[in-house]
Each structure stands twice: as structure tokens, then as C-alpha cells.
Design a protein around this ligand. Structure first.
Ligand SMILES: [Zn+2]
Length: 82
């Protein structure tokens, strides 16, 4: 199954972008933020929180329902946040 979107850290959030965008392409996130695709990303940026607008738009596109609980409970930290 081919996915139309992939996830990209940008401006403090992980956004969904069109899969066919490659480094140095000008594009925009699924929630409408313009960006230039970077050649690579510091690992820590992948720990940024998921953009809620991209997440809902992506779920609607993929036919996936909303999450049953928040991805992270208050006070809980991601393993990669250390
Ligand atoms: Zn977004």
C-alpha cells in the first residue's frame, strides 16, 4: 500500500508532507505551512510533538479514527527527550 504522506519535523512540530517532496523542494505541510525540505534533520527534531492539524487531516485521508487516548500522558516524557 502506498502512502501519500510522510512526517517531517518543521518549526517545532512533526508535520505531514507529501511523500514525493525531496530535499530542497519547496512545498507545504498538510496543515498549510510553507517549507523548504531540508537535506537532513537533527535526530532530536523527531521528538517534537505531532502537529494536531496534520494528524487529523492525515487520519481523515488514511481513514483512521481519532486516537483513543493522548499519545503522551501529562508528566510523561518521551524516551528520546533525554
Ligand atoms: Zn502541521
Amino acid at each position: 500500500m502506498t502512502r501519500d504522506f510522510r512526517w517531517m519535523p518543521h518549526a517545532g512540530r512533526r508535520h505531514a508532507i507529501r511523500r514525493q517532496l525531496t530535499p530542497r523542494d519547496a512545498g507545504e505541510t498538510l496543515c498549510g505551512v510553507p517549507l523548504i525540505i531540508p537535506a537532513d534533520q537533527p535526530y532530536a527534531h523527531w521528538c517534537w510533538p505531532t502537529c494536531p492539524a496534520c494528524d487529523s487531516a492525515w487520519r481523515a485521508h488514511e481513514g483512521i479514527g481519532p486516537p483513543r487516548r493522548p499519545a503522551r500522558r501529562p508528566g510523561e516524557t518521551a524516551a528520546c527527550a533525554q
